[in-house]
Design a protein around this ligand. Structure first.
Ligand code: ADP
Ligand code: MG
Length: 702
């Protein structure tokens, strides 16, 4: 059969229409090409054969060679099974099938030698292997020479139709017969040579049928390289194309207001990290190209100030700037603190949120159009079409992980020439993820906290030690400090129940800490804005000792006198959320505490999360741990990025170094040949187009 990669999988010998349908449904394998790019998930040593007499205890997978001596159907109805006895001269082992017995009876023969592979367990004093992989010994010579036999993931439905790992292995053999030597190279020769990569034909062969561990490693490296390289090349090309098409506003100078603020108003020295980042941003904004930059910095690292100073640069160059925050509480707080910092400087700064009064709103719309307003702070309300600027030059998005890609794009459209965009996040995304989820953005990192911050002491208590926690609260309140108690908000649909948790918590706190000696406020997302505001203000001004809240306070809230963060049902929170919440304390007090309260029974993963929180205060370490624990698809802020994280072979947490390496290569290539017009890069363009069209196909199917 003449075949190429796009040949329908059903024509591959051994497949046929029925299996093809299953392969399509279960593994999205539609073509021969899909199959050979369906890579093994592990390799098993099939060169070692055990004697039955040597089996001890319940072990991992083993392989035995022996003769089938007896078949017997035992049990009734649901416990009905087929048992075959296999002897190798040293002992007897049972092979057991609960399903597919018809196939077994038709295909396996008595008094013939077989090679059997599976996981032995002990039942009735005898070893047995359920649903073993089994092969006539005379056919199995190849397997026995193989210390590295590929194993493939399958599904229950596939296994029920005998499409198990071994069958897929055999299909791969068939596929390779068809395509080996005919696969078109997917990387240009100069890259293969320079980076010592093996060719595609060899790589595909060795990934499925490795001859040696070293060749396998080379195959894996090359295929990972290819996968990550094209991803990065796509991003970087996109960025370069965008920059060549879109003109950025040139912020040529650092002018009067910036300098005035810096020298006369700034209440403290900038950290070196802040200075470095402002420089990076300034360089971007002065370059004539539109800036798209992600600013990462741990909770409390002073990103807001960086945003303000960049907005002043915009103002100095005759442009307007806006800052969008995900919650009303946060937007209001930004507005208040930035207004306070700007003092009597000649800057017109305004706040626009969902609860801005209509008359005021109209005035703001006017002020934006006339150019009277220099800086606008707000929530999603900024996105409304009616909000139009005279000349918006810079958009800052705070807590970017809370917004979707679409929302980012809508702010772009607020000006004929798109404004510079700075997105900020305190959910440190591991670098590898940032490169993938936000691959078309530049990344700046504030890796330093303002001086004088004391690390927060974090402890994990089971619920039965609540009393110790109340003791700590009393102690700290006595010292004049304030306390947060946070309850999880699980899902929108469970709103009422959540509030019950919260309200019960509030009840018991007010009983334990009775007024008027103690003042406790409650804050949650369903309160009326002015009530919420009132409670926040009581706490912010130090008039309330305790704030009982849902995660509405998770992002950005800043009350330096608060020194204790108590997180109820901490096991229900994700790592990055816990870290964000903890970041609400440790902002001023001499010593701060974070108490993670959990139930006694914990899943392994929850326990690890809580252990990580106790072990480190470093947001980047926490982000890495999160990536290891949950996998990239679940990291907050990546779901909306639209990037599929189901790599065929690369692994973002393990292949971080390679990712950085190929990104640099991609950058060099684009720098040399920004529009990829050189002959030697023709293949790159073709591949990028192929990959993009395949993505489109997938999206059409699903
Ligand atoms: P985040 O990065 O989490 O958004 P903020 O911008 O809210 O952090 O800053 C946290 C606190 O640190 C604020 O009270 C801010 O005024 C203060 N701050 C920012 N930069 C500095 C600095 N260089 N020195 C001292 N305090 C600073
Ligand atoms: Mg912030």
């Amino acid at each position: 059969m003449a075949a190429n990669l796009s040949t329908d999988i059903k024509y591959l010998p051994g497949v046929g229409p029925k299996r093809a349908e299953l392969l399509q449904k279960e593994l999205q394998i539609n073509t021969v090409g899909d199959l050979i790019y369906y890579f093994p998930f592990k390799y098993v040593d099939r060169s070692k054969v055990y004697k039955v007499a040597d089996l001890v205890g319940e072990t991992a997978y083993v392989q035995v060679v022996g003769r089938l001596v007896k078949f017997e159907e035992v049990g009734e109805r649901r416990s009905k099974r087929l048992v075959a006895l296999l002897t190798d001269g040293t002992g007897v082992i049972e092979l057991v099938w609960f399903t597919g017995t018809k196939w077994v009876m038709q295909n396996l023969k008595k008094n013939v030698d077989y090679l059997v592979f599976g996981k032995p367990t002990v039942f009735n004093g005898r070893y047995n292997i359920a649903h073993p992989e089994i092969e006539e010994l005379s056919q199995a010579k190849g397997i026995l020479q193989c210390p590295l036999q590929a194993a493939y993931n399958t599904t229950e439905r596939l296994k029920n139709s005998h499409l198990n790992s071994k069958t897929i292995f055999k299909l791969q053999q068939e596929a390779l017969k068809l395509v080996y030597g005919k696969l078109e190279e997917t990387l240009p020769p100069y890259l293969l040579e320079k980076h010592k990569l093996i060719g595609i034909n060899e790589a595909i062969k060795q990934i499925h049928f490795p001859e040696t561990a070293q060749l396998l490693q080379k195959a894996q490296y090359r295929l990972k390289f290819e996968e990550l390289f094209y991803l990065q090349l796509g991003y970087i090309k996109q960025r370069s194309f965008r920059q060549s098409k879109v003109n950025g506003h040139v912020f040529g100078m650092v002018g009067e207001t910036f300098n005035l603020f810096y020298h006369k108003y700034l209440p403290f020295e900038l950290t070196n990290a802040q200075k470095k980042v402002i420089k990076e941003i300034r360089r971007d904004m002065g370059s004539g190209k539109q800036m798209n930059r992600l600013l990462q910095g741990d909770v409390g690292s002073g990103k807001t100030l960086v945003a303000l100073m960049c907005m002043l640069i915009a103002v100095d160059n005759g442009y307007q700037a806006c800052l969008m925050a995900p919650t009303e509480i946060l937007a209001t707080q930004h507005f208040l603190s930035l207004s306070a910092m700007l003092g009597d400087m000649p800057i017109e700064i305004n706040l626009l949120t969902g609860s801005t009064k209509k008359s005021q709103r109209n005035e703001i719309h006017q002020g934006l159009l006339s150019g009277k307003i220099n800086i606008l702070i707000g929530t999603h309300a900024l996105l409304e079409d009616i909000v139009q600027f005279k000349n918006l030059g810079l958009v800052v998005i705070d807590e970017q992980q809370r917004f979707g890609v679409m929302q980012r794009a809508r702010l772009w459209e607020k000006n004929d020439d798109p404004p510079h965009v700075l997105v900020m996040t305190a959910t440190p995304i591991p670098r590898t993820l940032a490169m993938t989820a936000y691959g078309d953005l530049e990344v700046s990192v504030i890796d330093e906290l303002p001086p004088g911050r004391k690390p927060i002491k974090t402890v994990h208590y089971m619920e039965n030690r609540r009393n110790a926690v109340y003791g700590l609260m009393r102690e700290q309140i006595k010292l004049g400090r304030q306390v947060y108690v946070v309850y999880p908000l699980i899902k929108e649909s469970e709103k009422m129940e959540n509030l019950r948790d919260l309200e019960e918590g509030y009840q018991s706190i007010t009983e334990l800490f009775p007024p008027p000696q103690y003042v406790t406020v409650i804050v949650h997302g369903q309160m009326k804005p002015d009530e919420k505001e009132k409670a926040m203000q009581l706490f912010a001004k130090g008039k309330a000792h305790i704030m009982v809240a849902t995660t509405v306070i998770e992002v950005g809230v800043n009350v330096p006198n608060a020194s204790v963060m108590i997180i109820e049902s901490a096991e229900r929170f994700g790592l990055s959320q816990l870290h964000q919440l903890r970041g609400r304390v440790g902002r001023g007090a001499d010593e701060s505490f974070c108490v993670l309260l959990s139930s006694v029974k914990l899943s392994n993963e929850s326990r690890k999360r809580l252990e990580t929180m106790v072990a480190t205060n470093d947001g980047f370490e926490i982000a890495e741990a999160d990536l290891q624990l949950r996998g990239p698809g679940d990291i907050e802020g990546t779901q909306q990025s639209g990037i599929p994280f189901d790599f065929k072979i690369a692994n973002l947490s393990r292949d971080a170094q390679l990712l950085q390496y190929v990104r640099n290569i991609a950058e060099d290539i684009i720098e040399d040949d920004p529009l990829l017009t050189a002959d030697k890069n023709a293949l790159l363009v073709k591949r990028l187009t192929d990959i993009a069209s395949r993505k489109l196909d997938f999206s059409r199917i699903s």
